[in-house]
Design a protein around this ligand. Structure first.
Ligand SMILES: NC(=O)c1ccc[n+]([C@@H]2O[C@H](COP(=O)([O-])OP(=O)(O)OC[C@H]3O[C@@H](n4cnc5c(N)ncnc54)[C@H](OP(=O)(O)O)[C@@H]3O)[C@@H](O)[C@H]2O)c1
Length: 235
């Protein structure tokens, strides 16, 4: 279904990004896996290729604009296209309350959760515009719709990501590019380092991959701009 398409997924080494990458690969896309740790990505890329899918690892730190530029150049040189960009990488921090949060922690969260999606869109939108086709999907959070006590910086980064998404969607719409945001509730991953009391009442990473599969296979005349997804049982 996505046989001719190239998909770039950040945060692809584990958790939600990994499930998304596997799903896009299974749908036929050539997937470019991005995260910082090379060994995790190489292992995952080999696993996908052994299953008959097409994948490559591209380790990078999303806080470095030059590394993002190198990724985009490499994809332009080798594939001349990027059909799907999923900005999934993110970091979380619960506590302390905002008035005790260090400026360094604030900057770190904003760099990964908000500045990196901007840099990725800046790097890849030109390739999509050239082909008048593309789908950008940003992974936000319900914390971008609700207050999060002791998580104000994380929440602010996701409220910001939502605003960025709604606005850039209007900028790129006339170029045939759909920009969407998915806002999940609690998902069963290693995110933030914590283990949930009851993982069974959390969303699973594949629940988010299901939504991605729907978004990238919409018919040309439709555009699902935002999906909020919650566990059916309240944690
Ligand atoms: N889990 C939840 O409950 C939940 C709920 C709502 C929304 N979300 C959002 O969903 C997204 C994915 O969460 P997850 O649960 O899958 O998290 P996760 O399991 O902790 O995975 C995070 C991914 O991001 C990568 N990453 C982190 N910093 C990076 C950097 N500077 N440069 C490049 N890659 C970086 C990590 O790989 P490396 O460490 O190798 O770089 C990893 O692949 C995040 O945006 C998060 O805010 C999660």
């Amino acid at each position: 279904m996505l046989q001719d398409q190239v998909a770039v997924i950040t945060g692809a080494s584990r958790g939600i990004g990994r499930s998304i990458a596997r799903r896009l690969a299974a749908l036929g896309a050539y997937v470019v896996l991005c995260a910082r740790h090379r060994e995790d990505l190489d292992r995952f890329a080999s696993e996908l290729c052994s299953a008959g899918f097409r994948a490559e690892a591209f380790p990078l730190d999303l806080t470095r604009a030059t590394q993002i530029g190198a990724l985009a150049q490499s994809i332009r040189d080798r594939h001349s296209r990027c059909d799907i960009l999923v900005n999934c990488a993110g970091i979380g921090q619960m506590g302390p309350p905002l008035h005790q949060l260090s400026p360094e922690d604030w900057d770190r969260l904003m760099a990964v959760n908000l500045r990196a999606p901007y840099l990725m869109i800046r790097a890849f939108a030109p390739l999509m515009i050239e082909r008048r086709y593309g789908h950008v999907i940003n992974i936000s959070s319900l914390a971008g719709h609700n207050p999060l006590k002791n998580g104000a910086a994380y929440s602010a980064s996701k409220w910001g990501l939502n605003g960025l998404t709604y606005s850039v969607a209007e900028e790129l719409r006339d170029h045939g590019i759909r920009v969407s945001v998915i806002a999940p509730g609690s998902v069963n991953t290693e995110f933030g380092g914590g283990q949930p009391a009851n993982p069974d009442v959390r969303l699973q990473p594949d629940d988010i991959a299901d939504v991605i599969a729907l978004l990238v296979q919409q018919r040309p005349q439709s555009f699902v701009s935002e999906v909020l997804i919650r566990p059916s049982t309240k944690p």
